[in-house]
Design a binder for this molecule. Structure first.
Ligand code: NAP
Length: 490
């Protein structure tokens, strides 16, 4: 696979009402490459006035049409065009994702890119089917009830620093398919792929004002979006604490919200598992994208009879993992997305050293004397109540916890405030289904990890949030029902 060269990227602007423009006060923010620690470009740092302009443009576009009233097959054509342009510009988007958050370029091209264009094709397909209503009877024989589904209006998406492109696409595709208009606020650390997506949406022929992008700090811009009376829905992915804040702040204007929040997924390895498969799933479950993954298998639970063998082999896999430049195709683990996260993760490693046995990693690395690289780190003999097993580390660090039997596994797995994902390794599908029924999580992988599809609903239980992305269920959350009564006797 040819790999693009790291280069200085063009300055990023705001997209408001179909025009690229600077922030109203001219402010910008630097974007740092976590591999080189160098500033790669700067992007506009929007003001609250800019956010208001973006929301008003999106509201005007919704009220005036044509997008919100366009025939659904015409909308679908634009979504199909977006999908094709994503595929065509994949190399550029992948470069931006690697330079922005250290995602291995090969993983982006192999996994993320086809998933993102797939999301647009899937929701274009949903738009082709149309948002059908129903025809019902009432108490009286000559009265009929019609229902129809309508878009909500202005949707604001607030997205996190990890998987910036995929998590944006999973909101844009259903929101546009349903006929909503859109304002996106990406994470301040990783806005580069959002700029590329906004240009793609324009080039695909979206009408004026439908798609808007504001880059800048969540504290002020996010808050302005969340409280704005013309915004109908907040589609949020990020930390549980910020999600709770958004729910509180959106109460006065009673917004629709979907919350994709944090996780601490248990990965249960039963003694009858195929150990080679389980080791691979456990390795990618926690170390893919350097553990900066909401659904990372970040608590590994191993049944006692195979515990020692598993820990030895898993620690060896971690020690042999390849850290390096995310643009190098040999790299398995790139740098942590930014210095703040890097320092936070190192703090968790220190905590782990005091409460469990360090079996692999624990150190840092530099490439050409630079970069926020942390070794794949395994803590064995951990208890489920220590800090590194309770809190979301969001890095390449995992505690391994022994258990005795299925009931013990279920108890430990569910003993967490989160409920985003879980995994079960066993050679007995009946055991897998038995456990899957009782584990409180929105996604359960058996004998695998990190599988995604546009038609597979995705979302959390408990403190991991509510609402679903992907699948027809996601489209539902970007629409509302209208009921129309007809008196046939009049
Ligand atoms: P974060 O700190 O919660 O930030 C997420 C977004 O919210 C950013 O765009 C941020 O802007 C913005 N924001 C910050 N303060 C805000 C406020 N007061 N009002 C409105 N918006 C505000 O999360 P993160 O550190 O970027 O991402 C990591 C977290 O996301 C982890 O907890 C992870 O588990 C979770 N996550 C969940 C899923 C899922 O599908 N469930 C997927 C990926 C990640 P700034 O960047 O400008 O601060």
């Amino acid at each position: 696979m040819p790999v693009p060269q790291r280069r200085q990227l063009p300055k990023g602007q705001l997209l408001i009402n179909h025009q690229w423009r600077d922030a109203s006060d001219g402010a910008t923010m630097p974007i740092v490459d976590p591999t080189t620690e160098a500033v790669t470009t700067e992007v506009a740092k929007a003001t609250v006035d800019d956010v208001n302009d973006a929301v008003e443009a999106a509201h005007r576009a919704f009220e005036q049409g044509p997008w919100s009233r366009m025939h659904h097959e015409e909308r679908a054509k634009i979504l199909f065009r977006i999908a094709d342009l994503i595929d065509e510009r994949g190399e550029e988007i992948g470069l931006r994702e690697s330079m922005d958050m250290g995602m291995p370029y090969r993983d982006f091209m192999d996994i993320i890119l086809p998933h993102c264009s797939g999301l647009f094709r899937f929701f274009a397909g949903q738009a082709m089917i149309g948002m059908n209503g129903s025809y019902r009877t009432s108490y009286e024989s000559d009265v009929r009830i019609l229902t129809r589904r309508e878009p909500l209006g202005v949707v604001a998406a607030i997205t996190p620093f990890n998987f910036p492109f995929a998590l944006t696409c999973s909101k844009v595709a259903p929101a546009l398919a349903a006929g909503n208009t859109f304002v996106h606020k990406p994470a301040s650390d990783t806005p580069l792929s959002a700029l590329a997506l906004a240009q793609i949406v324009l080039d695909a022929g979206i009408p004026e004002g439908v798609y808007n992008l504001v880059t800048g700090p969540g504290g002020s811009l996010g808050d302005a979006l969340v409280k704005h009376p013309l915004v109908e829905k907040i589609a949020f992915t990020g930390s549980t604490a910020v999600g709770q804040n958004i729910i509180r702040n959106s109460a006065d204007t009673l917004k629709h919200t979907t919350m994709e929040l944090g996780g601490k997924a248990p990965h249960i390895i039963l003694a009858d598992a195929n150990l080679d498969t389980a080791l691979q799933a456990a390795f990618w479950g926690i170390f893919w994208n350097k553990g900066e993954v909401c659904v990372a298998g970040s608590r590994i639970l191993v049944e006692r009879p195979i515990y020692d063998e598993f820990v030895d082999r898993f620690a060896k896999l971690a020690q042999e993992s390849v850290l390096g430049d995310p643009l190098d195709p040999a790299t398995q683990i790139g740098p942590i997305a930014n210095r703040k996260e890097y320092e936070k993760i190192l703090g968790y490693i220190e905590s782990g050293k005091e409460t469990a046995r360090l079996a692999a990693g624990g150190g840092v690395k530099k490439v050409n004397d630079k970069g926020y690289f942390i070794e794949a780190t395994v803590f064995a003999d951990a208890a489920n109540d220590i800090k590194i097993a309770r809190e979301e580390i969001f890095g390449p660090v995992v505690p391994v916890i022994p258990f005795d039997g299925e009931e013990d596994a279920i108890r430990i797995a569910n003993d967490t405030p989160y409920g985003l994902a879980a995994g079960i390794q066993t050679s007995d599908i009946r055991r897998a289904l038995r456990l899957a029924d009782r584990i409180k999580a929105g996604t359960i992988w058996t004998d695998t990890w990190h599988k995604y599809h546009p038609n597979a609903p995705f979302g959390g239980y408990k403190m991991s949030g509510y609402g679903r992305e992907q699948g027809a269920e996601a489209l539902e959350s970007y629409t509302q029902y209208k009921t129309i009564w007809v008196n046939l006797a009049s």
